[in-house]
Design a protein around this ligand. Structure first.
Ligand SMILES: *[C@@H]1O[C@H](CO)[C@@H](O)[C@H](O)[C@H]1NC(C)=O
Ligand SMILES: *[C@@H]1O[C@H](CO)[C@@H](O)[C@H](O)[C@H]1NC(C)=O
Ligand SMILES: *[C@@H]1O[C@H](CO)[C@@H](O)[C@H](O)[C@H]1NC(C)=O
Length: 251
């Protein structure tokens, strides 16, 4: 009799743990723990130019949004013009990319912990809408660069990134033969170009008209649900087993 009670107690505790299990606590409306992000998203009425679509709810401060538009800004000291002047039509995509990274509160489903000196979290495989990647690539084809991965391998001795000695400047389409090569490789797979298009609710838009609200809210909700949904489905056999054991013990 006593062993049955012990087992029952054990089972009830186990069942409670399985039932309430959740993969990651907060996937929606969050800011990553990185270099310049605010702790929590909130309104920022004065966000600068290309970052202004996020002003109703943003992870970036006004200061960060202004810096995002500058060359070799205090954010990362990054030099877009490392192989001569980057075309303005191309640079605007990098500014928009910076605004999305710094300001978006909708990247939660893709946040990963990292062990880097300058940030504790990064994003991985954010499903960028295919048109946003396509236009970025087309507008940058005729600009020049010397590297495929812009996260590492630069010469920083002068305080901003310069091409390492053994690399040569070539047109973007030499280092990035396709749109996917550009969007996926440039920031070490922070993006993974989606097969979905703008307005589908299944991919993250770098560009959007805030008059219609922020379309990425719905996208984050969808992926957060699929991710926790997968967790729940995996837990079903375990739950079923627990119920069977409970029934048997109560018999
Ligand atoms: C705002 O930007 C300036 C550079 O323009 C920087 O020196 C300063 O530290 C920033 N302030 C905050 C609060 O991040
Ligand atoms: C993170 O990096 C530090 C120093 O480079 C190292 O000591 C530590 O083991 C690393 N942690 C993980 C989880 O990789
Ligand atoms: C880095 O750049 C400096 C000039 O800014 C140059 O003198 C040095 O040789 C470069 N080093 C490498 C490894 O590219």
């Amino acid at each position: 009799m006593a062993w049955k009670t012990t087992w029952l107690l054990f089972l009830v505790v186990g069942a409670a743990a399985v039932w309430t299990a959740r993969p990651r606590t907060e996937l929606l409306n969050v800011c990553m723990n990185a270099k310049h992000h605010k702790e929590k998203p909130g309104p920022e009425d004065k966000l600068h130019e290309q970052c202004s679509p996020w002003k109703k709810n943003a992870c970036c401060s006004v200061n960060t949004s202004r810096e995002a538009h500058k060359d070799i800004s205090y954010l990362y000291r990054f030099n877009w013009d490392h192989c001569g002047k980057m075309e303005p039509a191309c640079k605007r995509h990098f500014i928009q990319d910076t605004c999305l990274y710094e300001c978006s509160p909708n990247l939660g489903p893709w946040i990963q912990e990292v062990n880097q000196s300058w940030r504790k979290e990064r994003v991985l495989n954010v499903p960028l809408c295919k048109e946003d990647c396509q236009i970025w690539w087309e507008d940058c084809r005729t600009s020049y660069t010397c590297k495929t991965n812009w996260h590492k391998g630069w010469n920083w001795t002068s305080g901003y990134n310069q091409c390492p000695v053994r690399t040569a400047c070539h047109r973007f389409d030499f280092y990035f033969p396709t749109p996917a090569a550009l969007c996926n490789e440039i920031w070490s797979h922070s993006f993974k170009v989606s097969n979905y298009g703008r307005g589908s609710g299944r991919c993250i838009q770098m560009w959007f008209d805030p008059a219609q609200g922020n379309p990425n809210e719905e996208v984050a909700r969808f992926y957060a649900e699929t991710m926790s949904g997968a967790g729940l489905r995996e837990a079903w056999p375990l739950r079923f087993g627990l119920v069977l054991m409970l029934l048997w013990l109560l018999n």
